[in-house]
Design a protein around this ligand. Structure first.
Ligand code: NAD
Length: 231
């Protein structure tokens, strides 16, 4: 038995106050983890804008003690043709969805590597594989997150720290409240199951990726798309 086997696993879920993140929090708690939420929502355990390195630095001690990081914080960003997207809206989307996951991961890796066990699960999107029209910044941020996952998986493959990414299709959460009906219809029409997924369905996959049962998968892309993205 390793020295860490007796330790109650400690998890941080970014974006843990809503949608997929909230479902992951509930699921990991049911799995027996101690879970901290990290969110811009003031009700979070760690009040963090994930794109802000100084916010993250304030919780360096807590984050050094984390075994499982789930990067779920994200925004849709501009829902416009790419030629109408402002540089500011582009940068904000990349900063939160991609750089935020990178900064949070950096904050937990020292502790995970020292203890020889860790799980990082990134929540990307099928948009990062296929590119959704009128969501260029979002799609680019999620493609970047897939690339980051693949690099980290290889860098950490012999350290006991596994890094994987989930690519959901449209999931019924508050995130879609601001998405146009046209874009939502486009996304649901492309799903062979002809329905949005649910947050608990994604959380079930994340639960496995965060566990000891996931032991020979890293740097990999896991689908949760009702058959849309079967590659
Ligand atoms: N809902 C979908 O259809 C869908 C599909 C594919 C991928 N995803 C991805 O899943 C993740 C979760 O999405 P969701 O549907 O649960 O969204 P949501 O809007 O319900 O929740 C997002 C959470 O992230 C938090 N957040 C936003 N910006 C933040 C920041 N800068 N710092 C910290 N926290 C911040 C919000 O406060 C909120 O609690 C996102 O990364 C999203 O891109 C969602």
């Amino acid at each position: 038995m390793s020295a860490t086997a007796a330790r109650t696993r400690r998890a941080v879920v970014t974006g843990g106050l809503s949608g997929i993140g909230a479902a992951v929090v509930e699921r990991l708690r049911a799995d027996g983890c101690e879970v901290l939420t990290a969110d811009i929502d003031p009700a979070a355990d760690l009040v963090i804008d994930v794109s802000n390195g100084a916010d993250i630095e304030r919780y360096a001690a807590e984050l050094a003690d984390i075994d499982v990081l789930v990067n779920s914080a994200g925004i849709v960003g501009p829902n416009l043709p790419a030629w109408e997207v402002t540089p500011e809206a582009w940068a904000r989307t990349i900063d939160i969805n991609l750089t935020g996951s990178f900064l949070m991961t950096q904050a937990v890796l020292g502790g995970m590597r020292a203890r020889g066990w860790g799980r990082v699960v990134n929540i990307a999107s099928v948009a990062g594989k296929e590119g959704n029209p009128n969501l260029a910044a979002y799609s680019a941020s999620k493609a970047g997150l897939i690339g980051l996952t693949k690099s980290l998986g290889k860098e950490l493959a012999t350290d006991g720290v596994l890094v994987n990414v989930v690519t959901p299709a449209v999931i019924a959460t508050p995130m879609n409240d601001g998405t146009s009906d046209e874009t939502l219809k486009y996304m649901i029409d492309k799903i062979p199951m002809k329905r949005p997924g649910t947050a608990p369905e994604v959380a079930a996959l994340v639960s496995w990726l965060a566990s000891d049962d996931c032991s020979f998968s890293t740097g990999a892309v896991f689908d949760a798309s009702g058959g849309r993205s079967s590659y």
